[in-house]
Design a protein around this ligand. Structure first.
Ligand code: ZN
Length: 96
């Protein structure tokens, strides 16, 4: 994937979230409270709801983004730059 196909594919926050949601579904989500592995997806809240105890798990919860305020789009751009460039880059380029 190059920068052109990347921006065409991930054109905004929602497309990044949808992609992250699909990838997380492949891995599976475990409930933090009861360890049940079956959840409903509540798109309006961007969260999973445990089918057993109804506990909510946000899309970022339990991932590297958990305690971050950055948008999914910024994370995706960063991960793209990290994998696409062999040299380092300044963090200043990300938020522009
Ligand atoms: Zn549960």
């Amino acid at each position: 994937m190059n920068i052109f196909s990347f921006t065409a594919h991930f054109d905004g926050e929602e497309s990044c979230r949808n992609h992250f949601n699909a990838e997380r579904d492949k891995i599976g989500v475990l409930c933090k409270r009861c360890a049940h592995d079956s959840h409903y997806w509540i798109k309006s809240k961007w969260s999973y709801e445990c089918k057993k105890c109804r506990s909510r798990t946000s899309l970022r919860s339990g991932t590297i983004m958990q305690s971050s305020n950055l948008s999914f789009l910024v994370w995706y751009k960063t991960m793209f730059l990290l994998t696409a460039t062999k040299k380092g880059f300044s963090s200043k380029v990300i938020t522009k």
